[in-house]
Structure formats: structure tokens, C-alpha cells
Design a protein. Structure first.
Length: 430
């Protein structure tokens, strides 16, 4: 009897261990980092909600809610925190902006702050501070003196600390150049680089300047990526990629890109397992705006460029579709990104540099993807959401929203997708 008991117990233990191993092998390790606040997480060290584990995701076949908020031009990723969605606004007609707090369950506007310039930073939500942080700025023109670029975007430019529940502006820190790159938060400090060639560290509670670094290059839309004590971003005039050590308050290293003519300063980099991935372009025909886009793998500790991929030659900087660099997403050894010169989504093995597949979408993709172990979700500046198989890039589904663009990406929260458009539409899907 006792022998039979031990046999059953051994079999039971083996079954449990086997199930644990199966679950562990199926689990996707989120080893990539992005430029925006990850819903309830306000600094990213490789745990972003764009990498989704668990159940099969939806094909976006059912619209739960759809609403148009008149006079609004949504332009940021909808950031979900609890039952509130925070989203920024860019009004191109009069160069103003706003931050909206919208109830997730019914899309009722709880409050909005009208601000004197575009809001293109994704809202950084920090519940422990009872604050949401956004920056303002524009890209209309540069200030010039003796043909040297002094700064990008005319004011009023500022970083704001805003109360989460009331929308009251608690503090404002003004700068000469635009503050369009999304900042990061860590341990009571807001960090960001901007259009007047500087890197700033501000008190998150008061907005007081703690310290700054002169960069010598303009940061347009390359938002800060935080990895432990290092912050990575690209810049222009001259084209340079930076690693700032926030512990030493110094430039750890910087890479110069003398042959690049665009996108490095507009591309938010991706970090994975000790390496940085970013994009840049080079014009081959200035009159026709024809150029190549390149993908770079960089050693995050030293700045050494490990490899480069030529993504293809095509039109860039079209008046109706301005060039911004692609944002990559990485799962295990596969990087998912897009080429905005040839309008392709593609997957790359980061170890072998081999392009695994391509899918043509005929439009730019400036936002990171949402991915699980089977599906890739990509949003284009033409207002389309594509669903592809992650292993081979084959087409699964496409949804066209009633708006002119979805430049800043989807959110996925508790099994529901959220999307916004440039003409004031907000949607939820499952």
C-alpha cells in the first residue's frame, strides 16, 4: 500500500514539474523597452505592455466603444491608468495643444487642459506622485543665426507636471526649444532631451531644475529610453546618438553619424539584452526626396556599431506623410520593425542579421508594435491597423478607422485595445 502511494506521489510530482516547464517555455520574456509610459508603469526597464503573454489576442472584429470629441486632434498613444485614459492633442491650425483625461468605460471627458503648444509627448503617468507629465513644442521652424541651427521649434515650450485627478497644472518648466520627446521618470526625477540641444533633470514634484547637460545636437522626437542608470536617444545638427549616465550626470558615450541626413533624431531607440537598435535615413536625391533607411545594432555599453541593415530605397519626407524613424519591438531573438522608405513591416533575427519576412503596407509606421507569440499588431499613419502572423508575416486582418492617421500606436489593457485618430476619434476593440 505504502509503495503504491509513493508511486502515485512520484507520478503526480512529475506531472506538476512537466506542466511548470511547459508554461515556462511558452512564456514570452519581455526584453525590450519603449519610449512611453507603460500604462501603470512609468519607467521602462524591459517590461512593456506591448509584449503580451497568455491568451490568444483578438482580431479587432468588435468595436466596444467609438466616440468623436469635436475639435480635437489626438496625436499621442492613449495611456491607460486604472479607469482613465490620458491622451495628448496637437492642433496644427493654430499651434496649440491639450491633455485629455477620458473615462475608459464610457469615453466621457473628465477634464482637459488647453496648452499653448502641441502635446506630442506621450503622457507619463506616475500614480505615486499623483501626477501626469507632458511636454509642449512644435516643429514649424528653426531659429537661425549665421546659418547655424540654434534650436528647433518656436515657443511657448515647456515641461508640465499636472495633477492626475483634477487636471490642475502643478508646475511648468519653460525651455527655448521644443519639448516633444517623451520624458522618463525615475526616483522622483523627470529626465528629457529637447530642441535646444540640452538634456534636463527636473524634480518631479516641483519642476525645479536639478541639473542639465549641453549636448550640442537637437533632439526632435527621439524619446528617452531608460535602462537602469542609462538613457539613450538620437539627435541632429550634427547627427549624434547619446548615452547619458544619470548617476554620474555625464555623457557616457556618443556616436557620430556623419553620413546620415535624417530620422536619427526622430527615431525612439529600442533596448534588448545589452544592445540598442535605432533607425536613420540618408538622402540619395535631394530634389526627389529619395533615400535609404538603415537599421543599426549598437553595443549599449560602448557605443560600438555591431551591424547595419539597408532597409531599402524610396521616397521620404513627403508633405502628406512626414518621415519619422520606425520604432522596433523585440521578442526573444526577433526584432519587428518597419521601413518607412519602402513602407514594409519586417522581422529580423538580431543574432544573424537575417531578414525573416517582409509585408508591404504602403504607408508609414512610426509607433511600436503590439505582439504576442502568434500575432503582430501594427498601426499606420494612413489610419489602418494590420494584424499579421508573427512567425511569417502573413496577413490575418485589417481594420480601417474613421480618421486620417494613427501616428502614435495602440494600447492594450485588460484584454481591450484602445486607438485614437487625428480627427478626434477614440475607439476600444476586442
Amino acid at each position: 500500500m505504502k509503495k503504491t502511494y509513493y508511486i502515485y506521489l512520484t507520478v503526480l510530482v512529475l506531472i506538476v514539474v512537466t506542466l511548470i516547464l511547459i508554461i515556462h517555455l511558452q512564456k514570452i520574456v519581455p526584453n525590450t523597452t519603449y519610449y512611453y509610459s507603460s500604462y501603470n508603469q512609468y519607467s521602462n526597464n524591459g517590461n512593456d505592455n506591448n509584449i503580451v503573454t497568455g491568451a490568444e489576442m483578438t482580431l479587432l472584429s468588435h468595436v466596444i466603444l467609438a466616440k468623436n470629441i469635436n475639435g480635437v486632434g489626438f496625436d499621442t498613444t492613449p495611456i491607460v491608468s486604472g479607469d482613465i485614459i490620458y491622451v495628448g492633442v496637437m492642433n496644427q491650425s493654430n499651434t496649440t495643444g491639450a491633455l485629455y483625461a477620458i473615462k475608459r468605460s464610457n469615453f466621457k471627458v473628465l477634464w482637459h487642459d488647453q496648452l499653448p503648444n502641441w502635446v506630442m509627448t506621450n503622457p507619463v503617468v506616475v500614480p505615486t506622485q499623483d501626477m501626469v507629465y507632458v511636454g509642449t513644442g512644435n516643429s514649424i521652424k528653426y531659429d537661425l543665426k549665421n546659418k547655424a541651427v540654434l534650436y528647433r521649434g518656436l515657443g511657448p515650450n515647456a515641461m508640465y507636471g499636472i495633477n492626475l485627478e483634477t487636471g490642475k497644472i502643478m508646475w511648468k518648466y519653460s525651455t527655448p526649444g521644443e519639448d516633444m520627446p517623451t520624458p522618463v521618470y525615475k526616483n522622483g526625477i523627470i529626465y528629457f532631451a529637447n530642441g535646444n540641444k540640452k538634456f534636463y533633470a527636473l524634480s518631479a514634484s516641483s519642476g525645479k531644475l536639478l541639473w542639465s547637460i549641453n549636448l550640442g545636437s537637437i533632439v526632435s522626437m527621439s524619446s528617452a529610453v531608460l535602462v537602469h542608470n542609462n538613457i539613450y536617444f538620437g539627435s541632429a545638427s550634427p547627427y549624434t546618438f547619446f548615452d547619458i549616465n544619470i548617476k554620474t550626470k555625464k555623457i557616457q558615450w556618443k556616436d557620430n553619424f556623419p553620413n546620415i541626413t535624417g530620422a536619427l533624431d526622430d527615431t525612439t531607440p529600442t533596448y534588448s539584452a545589452g544592445y540598442i537598435y535605432t533607425n536613420a535615413t540618408h538622402l540619395t536625391n535631394n530634389k526627389a526626396d529619395v533615400g535609404n533607411e538603415y537599421l543599426y545594432k549598437i553595443n549599449a555599453n560602448t557605443g560600438q556599431i555591431i551591424w547595419t541593415i539597408n532597409e531599402g530605397n524610396g521616397l521620404i519626407n513627403l508633405p502628406s506623410d512626414p518621415m519619422e524613424g520606425s520604432v522596433s519591438t523585440i521578442i526573444r531573438n526577433t526584432l519587428y520593425t518597419s521601413s518607412n522608405t519602402v513602407r514594409d513591416i519586417f522581422a529580423v533575427n538580431i543574432n544573424t542579421k537575417k531578414i525573416l519576412w517582409r509585408y508591404h503596407v504602403n504607408s508609414m509606421i512610426n509607433a511600436p508594435f503590439i505582439i504576442n507569440n502568434k500575432l503582430v499588431y501594427a498601426v499606420t499613419t494612413a489610419g489602418n491597423i494590420y494584424v499579421l502572423k508573427s512567425n511569417n508575416g502573413s496577413f490575418i486582418a485589417k481594420r480601417t478607422l474613421g480618421g486620417n492617421e494613427i501616428a502614435s500606436g495602440l494600447s492594450f489593457y485588460n484584454g481591450i485595445f484602445y486607438a485614437i485618430t487625428g480627427n478626434g476619434n477614440i475607439y476600444s476593440f476586442n
